[in-house]
Design a protein. Structure first.
Length: 287
């Protein structure tokens, strides 16, 4: 199974979930009633409609019956989508070191056509060198075994293949200068990381901007976040906000709209990519 196919399974879950939600709402059926029909809770229906859980064929069959979907062609199409949505992603082989709440993100990341991020604590994972990633992971997994740290770094390097693949998404990153000033690893690690940022920012699908300290306060005051857009027109943008013990996946238009405004302001207020590379070169000389 290729990374593209397994990432697609996450998107299929989201597509199926959104279609089930539309069918339910068109019939005026509550989530509670839908859950009762398949011996599940209202929250389970909510997770299904958001594409956050796998689908049992029997549950999908029962929901389609409840929603009045009798056309055999339509039923078969949706049931096939459910089967495809349950394919395990390549990242599941890293489940021993990968939190469950992050597995959904890896799938969404792999399926996105546009990824926009703002980072303030450290360099974004898709842009980290192996040495820098090792320093970040070791700092964040204090007490973990060397093997577990190496596995987490390997997962991060595997994710990075996305940016150089044939179906690479557009990637737009705004890095706060704080992420570049805060050392992870020794001097050589930081020099290697900054040089890598200069190099990778030249890729046609990568746009990198640095928000300098000299700008002062800016719109990214709420902290780091990621915005994901998908090629499927049926899917809304998703905002991913990571927390200490979990993550938020926001897709309500009013919430996404606020993050859209913030990312637009960050991109507008930061130096352009060429000037940002000059800033990186200046930091490289100081490191």
């Amino acid at each position: 199974m290729t990374a593209g196919e397994s990432s697609g399974s996450v998107v299929r879950r989201m597509l199926l979930g959104s279609q089930l939600r539309r069918l339910r709402e068109s019939r005026g059926i509550t989530r509670e009633a839908a859950g009762y029909s398949i011996r599940a809770s209202e929250s389970k229906i909510s997770r299904m409609e958001l594409g956050r859980v796998s689908f049992k064929s029997r549950d999908v069959e029962d929901l389609l019956t409840l929603y009045g979907v009798t056309d055999e062609v339509e039923r078969v199409a949706l049931l096939s989508l459910a089967k495809e949505a349950n394919l395990a992603g390549w990242w599941h082989s890293y489940s021993d070191v990968l939190p469950g709440w992050f597995q959904t993100y890896v799938g969404l990341e792999g399926a996105a056509s546009l990824i926009r991020v703002y980072e303030v604590q450290f360099v974004n994972g898709l842009l980290q060198t192996e040495a820098y990633a090792h320093a970040v992971v070791a700092r964040g997994m204090k007490g973990a075994s060397k093997a577990d740290i190496e596995r987490r770094v390997a997962l991060r390097l595997e994710r990075q293949k996305l940016l150089v693949s044939e179906r690479a998404p557009r990637f737009h990153c705004v890095l706060d200068e704080a992420a570049l000033r805060r050392p992870y690893g020794d001097r050589e690690v930081m020099r290697g990381q900054i040089q890598h940022l200069i190099d990778i920012s030249e890729r046609p699908n990568v746009t990198l901007q640095v928000m300098p300290f000299s700008f002062g306060g800016h719109s990214g005051e709420s902290g780091a976040f990621t915005m994901l857009r998908f090629p499927e027109s049926d899917l809304s943008d998703v905002v991913y906000v990571e927390q200490l013990t979990g993550a938020l996946y926001l897709d309500k238009p009013e919430e996404v709209g606020q993050y859209e405004r913030v990312v637009g302001e960050l991109q507008s207020d930061s130096p352009n990519p060429a000037d940002s590379r000059d800033l990186l070169r200046g930091l490289l000389q100081l490191t």
